[in-house]
Each structure stands twice: as structure tokens, then as C-alpha cells.
Design a protein around this ligand. Structure first.
Ligand SMILES: Cc1cc2nc3c(=O)[nH]c(=O)nc-3n(C[C@H](O)[C@H](O)[C@H](O)COP(=O)(O)OP(=O)(O)OC[C@H]3O[C@@H](n4cnc5c(N)ncnc54)[C@H](O)[C@@H]3O)c2cc1C
Length: 445
């Protein structure tokens, strides 16, 4: 059989943990990689909450993808929102503004991640932004710091309480981190900043429909985190199901079925994820199944059933109940890249099964306080926080970002300042305005 002179064409969808690590793992392979993403950056999602609470700048956690890959000659980066992946024609169609691009592939790695899920109540998003993108984090930053500005102007005591009440929905790692940071912000950072209000009277409420905080960390660490949060003045309300959200507050249903209202201007949604709709798009063409979060049930080698040329990885894939965390995306990326490299060489058509090595999980509660579960090891307090710091520094992309993040952490954790508190009206209001435009309300009335 004559060998084609054209290199094997690989399309990678997504420049998150899965997409970027897959592209990097293909750097020595005899392939041509096209990395497509609707953003121009690689986002380090685990630190979004630090952008939202004024510790880090967005550039530190979202460096430009094309700069990261500038030395990788076999890779090109294209901006585009992927609309369709045609499994028959083996092409990907993406658009940006008025430009449509069709990119053919021999192999494809789909790593488009997941979005926020409001469990069928998407109308909540306007009043309780989630935390998945840089836009989300900047909007939340504007809402959090803006709430104190409004409180300083408020004469009505009930309204004042509503401005100084922050409700975080979801007591997983992101919710715990957000609640802890807002508590710390109000007790340390904003001290002496205002004249009419006392920010240390801020009420931070962390809600969850389940019965534990950080439930995946096991009983010991979960109870420890709960006590730490309460010690910091965070009100933890468990078995509390959110049934409605509006501009002024949130309605909660307790286990006995009774409903109550919390007046709070600032709500943050840190509960629930839904895989990228590209998962459904692929599954429908291939006759594959999806799980409850819309993740594609992949084969053991991470390919789409019936399509050995299509890998689905990271937050979009469902296999053996693996969680939606960055090590799963990174290891899946490296696995997919290895299979493609072997195929491009023409060596061994039989794909190997993916084996995940669990590296544990960790969550910060506030400065110097964290919990970590690594194998049989359970760490808490300062030691866990140092482990968290080290891991995040290693995985932050680019030396410059690591250096400036370390400087900002010194300012915020050793001192009490936060240098990234800038927020603009556009950041706070753009989502609502854009949604109205999309719904056809052009503001002409
Ligand atoms: C707030 C937060 C905190 C987290 N904390 C931790 C943590 O502490 N530890 C941990 O291990 N994990 C954490 N995670 C989870 C971790 O970030 C994800 O598991 C990981 O990012 C998944 O990688 P991925 O490549 O599948 O998706 P992502 O990293 O989400 O990347 C998806 C990419 O696809 C792009 N994309 C999506 N749709 C399209 C489209 N149609 N066209 C073009 N591009 C598209 C997106 O722009 C994005 O760049 C956290 C997640 C969040 C949101």
C-alpha cells in the first residue's frame, strides 16, 4: 500500500486542559494539528474564583493559546465557535463573526468542556451567574465589589442588609472557595475602606441541597471544612434546595417542604455542570449514549462508539464514573495523543484502553486553610494549603504567570490587599444586555 505524503490531519476542539495538553503531546508526532477554540486563551478554571474576588488578574489565569504554542511548528491555532462536526465527511465547521471555516480531519479530539447547569432553570443565570469563563469571573467581580459601593449609599436598613448578603449556591470546591474568599474579603481586605458601612458585618450564606460540604472528600475532611467555614462566619445551610432566584433574593425549600426567602442582591451559582452540546451532536450521529450531565459514554480507549478516529475527552466524556476534573482531562489528552501518534506512524491499529491514575483532590477554604485527599493521605489546614499552592503553581501555564501570581498571592495572603479590584459597568451589565439583544429586544422602545 502506498503511503500518503500528506501528514495526518488532527483537529483539536477546545484549548482548555484537554485540548491544550493533547496538542502539546502531539508536538513530536508526524501530524498537522489545528486547534480550534471560541476564545483566544487557555483558561485555568480552578483559579477563576481568585479573579472574581480581586486576587488575580484575568491574564494570569488565561494566557493566549497561540503564544503558548508559538514554538510548536506542527500546530496552528484558529479562532472559531464549532457549530458542527460531520462524522461522515470528517469535517469541522466553525464560525466567528461573518466568517465560516471548514476544517477537514483524519483524527479529531473533542474537548469542549462543560457549562453551568441550572437544572432546567436557565432564567436563574441572569441573577446568579455561574463561574465557568473569564466573562463570568469579571461579572462576579463587578457584582461583589459593586454591592459594597451600593451599600455605602443605602439609607434603608433592609436594602442595606440585602446588599451586604452574599449567597453562594453549591457547597462543592468552587462554592466553598467563593464563600471563604468573600468572608475573608469582608473581614480583612475591605477593612477601613468605607465610612458609612462596616464590611465585616457581611453575611455570607453557603447553600446546598445535599447534606454535606465537599461531600466527595469524605466525612472527616467534609466536617473539618464545615467547621472552618463556620469559624470564619460563613452560614452553611444544608438540605436547602433553591426553588427561585430573582434580582432581590433567592427562595429556598427546606426538607419539610416549607419555603423561605433570603434577601440578597448578590448570588453566585456554583452548582451543577452540563457537558458541551457538541456531545449530544456527536452522540446523535453515532448512536452513542449520554449520561445525565450530557457527557458522551465513550469506549475504553476514549473514542466515540463506531468512530475510532474521534476521541472525546475531559468534561465531555463519561467513563467509569470519572469526575470532571483537570487530571482526567490532561491524562485523557495524553492518551488520545499517543493513540493518534501510533496510528499516524502506521504502527498498531489496536487502540489501548485508557488507565486513569488518581492524583487526589484538594480545595482551599481561605488563606492558609485547605483540605486535600491524596490516595490514603488526608491533609488539612496549613499543610494542605501549601500542597494546594505548589500544585497550582506547577500547573499554571507560563513562567511569567507563575511569578506574578506568586507576587499577588503574597500581597493577598501575607498582607491583606487585593490589587485586582477593577470592575466596569460593561462587565456587570453586558450579559443581560446581550441576552436581550439576542431575544430580539433591541432597546428601540
Ligand atoms: C470554577 C472551577 C473550578 C475548578 N476547580 C478545579 C480544581 O480545583 N481541580 C481540578 O482538577 N479541576 C477543577 N475544575 C474542573 C476543571 O477545570 C475541568 O475538569 C477541566 O477544565 C476540563 O477540561 P476540558 O478540556 O474538558 O474542558 P475546559 O477546560 O472547560 O475547556 C473547554 C474549551 O472548549 C472551548 N469550547 C467550548 N465549546 C466550544 C465550541 N463550540 N467551539 C469552540 N470552542 C469551544 C472553551 O472555550 C474551552 O476553552 C474546576 C472547574 C471550574 C469551572
Amino acid at each position: 500500500m502506498s503511503r500518503s505524503r500528506t501528514p495526518h490531519r488532527v483537529v483539536v476542539v477546545g484549548s482548555g486542559f484537554g485540548g491544550l495538553f493533547a496538542t502539546k503531546a502531539l508536538r513530536r508526532a508526524d501530524v498537522e494539528v489545528t486547534l480550534l477554540d471560541r476564545t483566544t486563551h487557555h483558561l485555568f478554571q480552578p483559579l477563576l474564583y481568585q479573579v472574581a474576588t480581586g486576587i488575580l488578574s484575568e491574564g494570569e489565569i488565561a494566557p493566549p493559546t497561540r503564544d503558548i504554542l508559538r514554538r510548536q511548528k506542527n500546530a496552528r491555532v484558529l479562532l472559531g465557535n464549532v457549530k458542527t462536526i460531520d462524522l461522515q465527511a470528517q469535517t469541522v465547521t466553525s464560525t466567528i463573526l461573518d466568517t465560516t471555516t471548514v476544517t477537514p480531519y483524519d483524527s479529531i479530539i473533542v474537548a469542549a468542556g462543560a457549562g453551568q447547569s441550572y437544572f432546567g432553570n436557565d432564567q436563574f443565570a441572569e441573577f446568579a451567574p455561574g463561574m465557568k469563563t473569564i466573562d463570568d469571573a469579571l461579572e462576579l467581580r463587578g457584582r461583589i465589589f459593586g454591592a459594597y459601593e451600593m451599600a455605602e449609599l443605602e439609607a434603608d436598613p433592609l436594602e442595606l442588609d440585602a446588599w451586604l448578603t452574599f449567597v453562594v449556591v453549591g457547597a462543592g470546591p468552587t462554592g466553598v472557595e467563593m464563600a471563604g474568599q468573600i468572608a475573608e474579603l469582608s473581614r480583612r481586605t475591605l477593612k477601613s475602606n468605607f465610612r458609612a458601612i462596616d464590611p465585616s458585618t457581611t453575611r455570607v450564606v453557603l447553600l446546598d441541597a445535599a447534606g454535606a460540604v465537599l461531600s466527595t472528600f469524605g466525612d472527616d475532611l467534609s466536617t473539618h471544612a464545615l467547621h472552618e467555614l463556620e469559624g470564619m462566619g460563613v452560614e452553611v445551610q444544608l438540605h436547602a434546595k433553591v426553588v427561585d432566584v430573582d434580582a432581590h433574593g433567592i427562595e429556598v425549600e427546606d426538607p419539610d417542604g416549607s419555603r423561605r426567602r433570603l434577601e440578597a442582591r448578590t448570588k453566585i451559582w456554583a452548582a451543577g455542570v452540563a457537558a458541551s452540546p457538541l456531545g449530544r451532536h456527536l452522540a446523535e450521529q453515532a448512536g452513542a449514549e449520554l449520561d445525565r450531565s450530557g457527557r458522551v459514554l465513550v469506549e475504553r480507549d476514549l473514542t466515540l462508539p463506531g468512530h475510532p478516529e474521534v476521541f472525546v475527552i475531559g468534561d465531555m466524556m463519561a467513563l467509569d464514573g470519572l469526575p470532571g476534573v483537570s487530571p482526567v482531562a490532561i491524562q485523557g489528552a495524553q492518551h488520545a495523543a499517543k493513540q493518534i501518534t501510533r496510528r499516524a506512524k502506521g504502527s498498531g491499529e489496536v487502540s489501548r484502553p485508557f488507565r486513569y491514575r488518581d492524583k487526589g483532590s484538594m480545595a482551599t477554604i481561605s488563606r492558609f486553610r485547605a483540605v486535600a485527599s491524596i490516595g490514603r493521605l488526608r491533609l488539612r489546614g496549613f499543610l494542605a494549603w501549601v500542597a494546594w499552592l505548589a500544585v497550582h503553581l506547577i500547573y499554571l501555564t507560563a513562567f511569567k504567570n507563575r511569578f506574578t501570581a506568586l507576587m499577588h498571592w503574597a500581597v493577598s495572603f501575607v498582607g491583606r490587599g487585593r490589587s485586582e479590584r477593577t470592575a466596569t459597568w460593561q462587565q456587570v451589565s453586558a450579559r443581560t444586555r446581550l441576552q436581550r439583544l439576542e431575544q430580539g429586544d433591541s432597546g428601540r422602545r
